[in-house]
Design a protein around this ligand. Sequence first.
Ligand SMILES: C[S@@+](CC[C@H](N)C(=O)[O-])C[C@H]1O[C@@H](n2cnc3c(N)ncnc32)[C@H](O)[C@@H]1O
Length: 302
Amino acid sequence: MPQQHPPRSHAIHARVRSYSRAGGRLTDAQARALERHGAYYVVDVPRADAIRTVDASYRLDPVAVFGHAGQLRPLIVEVGSGAGEAILAHAAAHPGVDHLAVEAWETAIARIVRDAAKAGLRNVRVVPADAAQLLATALPVGCASEVWVFFPDPWRKPRHRKRRLVTVAFADSVARVLRPGGVWRLATDWADYAWQMRDVLEEVSALPEGLQADSTGPYFRYDDAGARADLGEATAEENSLGNGPDPGSPAGMRGGWSQRYAGRVMTRFEQRGIDAGRTIRDLTAVRTSEMWVPPRAEPVAL
Ligand SMILES: C[S@@+](CC[C@H](N)C(=O)[O-])C[C@H]1O[C@@H](n2cnc3c(N)ncnc32)[C@H](O)[C@@H]1O
């Protein structure tokens, strides 16, 4: 029986930024790369009111951007690609798949462009934008075969947690752009962010009977519930928030972790987490065939 949806009422245009600054100083080589190859690799985005924002009326057509004239190819969207190690390696190994890197940092964008050009890749483009906005409005519904969020900024201080990217509102946007059967892959080296990610997945997934509390709709299947419950035990440290088992699920009764995604190459951020002794946790959710319904707008108080 289809699950009943409670009304979705979260705001989709959260102005809280999950990235620290869009600026950064370009090296001469990065500036040259942008100048030479930017027109090919960087997607021009009309802004709403500030750098990296996205005009709500803007629509990004991946078929036009990649120039395949009506040909529907698999599309991977990576949110926060950093220097682009993961997406560029995947693009080089899968020429029949298109890859869209969404990144806020100018220096990171320049590095992706430089390295994509160096490798002669034709199946990569970079969107310099706040992914939270881009996925909420600009990308077509059901356009992506995969969405990747690897090692998002952890925003560890309690007063900064509201800036974390992976929330139920963001999950709704991921559900919006993923096609049925599409895959959302996440990874982090911060235990308390991993728990937050898993809570989000549980909230938006169809779970075994008895486990669905405030689900906003079965947009995802989260098949790893209960799997690898002891992940993190080996690195447990008293009073350390970055390690250890989930205090909310000490017996692994709920939640769980996926196997490491084999298609992800090691990045600077993952290596830094490993070097610091933190546990890397992966999560994988599969988009169900449930039709995406736009979130209901908050009523405006008069
Ligand atoms: C910690 S780095 C991780 C980079 C890469 N995924 C990796 O594993 O190495 C996070 C990146 O996400 C970018 N980012 C954070 N929030 C973003 C957003 N809302 N839209 C686009 N990029 C974002 C940051 O600029 C940064 O480059």
